[in-house]
Write a protein that binds this ligand. Structure first.
Ligand code: PGA
Length: 224
């Protein structure tokens, strides 16, 4: 069976206390999911101030969860007020989402910026989950995990068709030999997740709203 990544993007949701409660639920569900974690790598991406709390809980309870950030600075450590660089993040996380369409649209991140961010993720020995909006989005070298997230599918309840997502994933792998895994994101639910992950070239999902409820997210992991 192919390896799958199931990534929860909490966006600007979930406080520290809510994260503890989410993790407690996840811990209970992880017993029922025990067999799933061999092929499925589950990653949770909290907001910056909640990351260290999630890491402590995951470590002290030996949860089968990996941690990612939703963003990273385009710069290294130094005089960059408000920024969070790889050199600070790397002791907490293994992954970083880069180039999400919300960052591109609402924060003006250009290709140049997101490529610098991806390079910083890689130089901090972390793995970028590099978001593309179509097969035409440029992907920097060294990126092995890409998330295809068509803008019209995000938060709309109107996902892309699995056939089109498969076509895009296949094209990306053909165009970018460094890319080993292509995830699909955009209105993924417990009902539709399998229709994506069963496609030959789709290696997992990036889940926004449906990741906020731990029981629903557990069902996504199970159904994937
Ligand atoms: P959604 O978000 O699952 O709420 O559509 C996905 C994403 O933006 O990563």
């Amino acid at each position: 069976m192919k390896k799958l990544f199931i990534v929860a993007n909490w966006k600007a949701n979930i406080t520290k206390d809510e994260a503890t409660s989410w993790l407690q639920h996840f811990k209970e569900d992880s017993d029922m999911l025990r067999g799933e974690f061999e092929q499925k790598e589950v990653v949770v991406c909290p907001s910056f101030p909640v990351i260290s709390q999630v890491k402590s809980y995951v470590d002290s309870n030996s949860l089968p969860l990996r941690i990612g950030s939703q963003d990273i600075s385009r710069f290294g450590k130094g005089a960059y007020t408000g920024e969070v660089p790889g050199g600070i993040l790397h002791e907490f996380i293994q992954f970083s989402i880069v180039g999400h369409s919300e960052r591109r649209e609402k924060f003006g991140e250009t290709d140049e910026v997101v490529h610098e961010k991806a390079a910083n993720v890689i130089s901090a020995n972390l793995l970028p989950i590099f978001c593309v909006q179509s097969e035409r989005t440029r992907i920097p070298s060294g990126v092995s995990i890409v998330a295809y997230e068509p803008v019209g599918a995000i938060g709309t309840g109107n996902p892309d068709s699995p056939q089109n997502a498969e076509r895009v994933a296949k094209q990306i792998k053909a165009d970018y030999p460094d890319v080993e895994y292509v995830l699909y994101g955009g209105s993924v639910s417990e009902e539709n997740v399998r229709s994506f992950t069963m496609m030959d070239n789709i290696n997992g999902v990036l889940v926004g709203s449906a990741s906020l409820d731990p029981a629903g997210f557990a069902r996504i992991i199970k159904n994937a």
